[in-house]
Every structure is written in C-alpha cells, then in structure tokens.
Design a protein around this ligand. Structure first.
Ligand SMILES: [Zn+2]
Length: 263
C-alpha cells in the first residue's frame, strides 16, 4: 500500500510538471532571405516573385525546456541553389539569440523538406517529433541517407516520436496532422500568456493570404483539400506564425532573431 502511494505521488509529480509547463518565450529565427516564385506559394501579391524569409522557431517553457519548431538547414549548396542571401547556420542564429545548440531538448518537424528538417544534425541531444507517415515517406528518399545514422541513434535512445494524427505534447502545446503540404505535414498550436498561436509549417506561407484562406497551389500541395480544411480551422483570435513570412522578423532590425514574447 505504501508502495502504491509512493508511485502515485511520483506519477502525479511527473504528470503535473510536464502538463503544467507554459510557454514563456517565443523566438522567430531567420537563417536567410530570398525571392521565390509566386506561383509556388499562397500570396496576395501579384508580382512574379515574392520576397521571403527562411525561418524556424524556438519555444521556451516555464520548466526551461527548449523546443524548436523546424530546424532550417546548413548546407551552402542549398543556399546557393535557392538564391539565399544573408545565409548562416541555424545554430549560429540560435547562438546569437543566446542559446547553445546542445541545449535544445525537442524538435517538432512540420514536414521533411530540407528547409524544415535539414538542420537536425546540429542539435545532437534533441528528441524529434514527426508524423509516422512523413518519416516513412522520407526514409524512402535518397536525401534520408545523410540522416539515417542520427535517426537510428535517437531511436535507440527512445527520442524519436513517430506521431499518428494529433497529439497533445504538454497542456500548452498540441500538434495536429494536416497532410495538405505533404503526406504527413503537421502544424503546432499553443497558448502563451493568454494568447493563442498556430505555427503553420508550409500549409501557409504568408499570413495575410492565410487569414483570407487562400490555399497553397496544387504544385506545392499533397492535398489542396486537406490544406483548405486546415485553413478553415484557423480562428480569428489565433496569431499565425509561418516559416517563410518576414512579417515578425522585420521588427528585428539588423538582428536575425526576434522575441515575439518574453518573460
Ligand atoms: Zn519551407
């Protein structure tokens, strides 16, 4: 009986510490800028190409967990191929913001494209949360080879979380499978300081287009229907954070990171 009581107390303690954590800081981090063909994104602009940012996010919770949403990439070849200017390693941007790459506990991958997952090797200690279907699909590509040893390592240490559908990570973060942009693309919703946020991955590129429920074009979609279904879930009260809209990072001046909210 004493033993059961002890386990109940331990369980309650672990449960409450995980589930009572709150997001206290949100950083948007930019590792490059470029122009991009308008017909491949959702945008209200009528020009042939649009100016966009290459971003990822850091969330810090009240337990001091450091969670990335996507990782950017660090290969110079990709930055050249996509014409990025002001390109630097995501680890360097994070360091400028005051965080070591080794401190990152968790990474939520919205989808497996190189600009979202490509930086995972920079964060050796992080657990990875990705949709199972997305991971399985990615593991069949030639690109996967670069990461297979790392995935095996984190799998062996129980740090690879293959999600199916929607998951509640903590009481303030939920992950939802959307499958509009890719087979297992997912988005992240959370509360911070009484406000609601949604990180859209590439289900949406530009916030104004997202608000008007302009879907991504079929060239950029696994399922336009699923993309529209996601856009229809966005509430007026939600703050939309995308991985390519410069809207927030523009407030950073010369810096490449901006604290959207702080303690
Ligand atoms: Zn992207």
């Amino acid at each position: 009986m004493q033993m059961i009581k002890f386990f109940l107390i331990v369980f309650f303690f672990l449960y409450s510490s995980l589930f009572s954590s709150e997001i206290q800081e949100i950083y948007v981090l930019e590792y490059g800028k470029s122009y991009y063909p308008s017909h491949l994104v959702n945008t209200l602009q009528k020009t042939k190409s649009v100016s966009m940012s290459w971003l990822f996010y850091l969330l810090v919770d009240s337990e001091n967990h450091k969670i990335l949403v996507d990782t950017g990439f660090s290969e110079i070849e990709y930055s050249k191929r996509f014409g990025l200017s002001f390109f630097q390693s995501p680890a360097k941007v994070l360091e400028d913001a005051g965080f070591k790459a080794s401190e990152i506990d968790s990474i939520i991958i919205t989808h497996s494209h190189f600009d979202h997952l490509g930086g995972i090797l920079l964060f050796p200690n992080a657990s990875i949360y990705i949709q199972k279907s997305e991971y399985e699909n990615f593991s069949k590509t030639s690109e996967f080879k670069k990461y297979s040893t790392h995935f095996q390592k984190i799998k062996n240490s129980n740090q690879l979380f293959l999600l199916e559908d929607s998951t509640i990570l903590t009481n303030s973060i939920s992950i939802q499978k959307t499958s509009g942009h890719t087979i297992g693309s997912q988005i992240v919703r959370f509360q911070a300081k009484g406000n609601s946020y949604v990180i859209t991955g590439d289900e949406c590129y530009f916030v104004d287009a997202c608000v008007q429920r302009i879907n991504i074009p079929k060239e950029a979609a696994y399922s336009v229907k699923n993309n529209i279904n996601f856009l229809n879930t966005i509430q007026k009260s939600e703050n939309i954070l995308t991985l390519h809209d410069p809207i927030h990072i523009l407030k950073a001046g010369n810096l490449h990171y901006y604290k959207i909210i702080s303690k």
